[in-house]
Write a protein that binds this ligand. Structure first.
Ligand code: TYD
Length: 223
């Protein structure tokens, strides 16, 4: 039994900290929105740990380098397991300790990314990838997942404008791959409406942040 299993309630971590994940395609504005949300929560006196996958630990940064920048072919199952290895280490060494202290963890990407990219877009199977990912994370699920939904071509244009046409392995995939990812995220959100908040990321950043704060305040207890 994990320590969390002893805590009653709808979420195993709700009695301790809060686990909030941000998902969406590249260029949707996850980093900007997370930074602003972090500042707002800190201003309300909460401890916030802002982190990401892949690469939220020193070990994870080495995995991130491989999975995003390996030049040759990476077998899809190897890719899935690299993300899972990054996640296993990150959850055990960063996320769970922070939640145990009562912190709010704001995380850029989590299991839903693996399901969308490796499970659906790579065709490895959503169910199988969720099972592998849940095992890697020892069953830790977010209290809230914010899906920043954006038209794929708009997202790609934002990334290109921000750092030129330098795309990593995943970003270099065809537009149809990213369309599939987007549809997979929306399907997951539709299947779990109580966990997901879907926000139109084409709206102005202030408007997007307002929607996120409204959802977070109800859960974390700040206003
Ligand atoms: P991200 O850190 O959002 O990239 P960037 O810093 O360039 O904005 O994510 C890296 C890439 O990894 C992104 O294209 C999505 C992909 N990814 C997966 O394919 N599976 C996963 O499980 C995760 C966490 C990310």
């Amino acid at each position: 039994m994990t320590p969390d299993a002893a805590v009653s309630g709808p979420s195993p971590v709700a009695a301790r900290g809060w686990f909030i994940t941000l998902e969406g395609g590249d260029g949707a504005g996850k980093t900007t929105q997370a930074e602003r949300l972090e500042q707002w929560l800190v201003d309300h006196g909460l401890e916030v740990v802002r982190t990401r996958e892949p690469g939220g630990t020193p070990l994870g940064q080495r995995i991130r380098e491989i999975v995003l920048h390996e030049r040759g072919h990476v077998a899809p199952r190897a890719e899935a397991l690299l993300y899972a290895a990054d996640r296993a280490h990150h959850v055990e060494t960063v996320v769970r300790p922070a939640l145990a202290r009562g912190a709010v963890v704001l995380q850029d990407r989590y299991i839903d990314s693996s399901v969308a990219y490796q499970g659906v877009a790579r065709g490895l199977g959503a169910e199988q990838i969720r099972t592998v990912s849940d095992w890697a994370a020892d069953g830790l699920t977010p209290d809230l997942t914010v899906l920043l939904d954006l038209d794929v071509s708009v997202g790609r244009a934002r990334v290109a404008a921000a750092r030129g046409d330098v795309f990593d392995r995943l970003e270099s995939e065809a537009e149809t791959f990213h369309e599939t990812v987007r549809a997979a995220f929306l399907a997951m959100a539709g299947a779990e409406p109580e966990r997901f908040l879907v926000v139109d990321a084409a709206e102005p950043a202030d408007t997007v942040q307002g929607h996120i704060r409204a959802a977070v305040s109800g859960r974390v207890g700040v206003s």
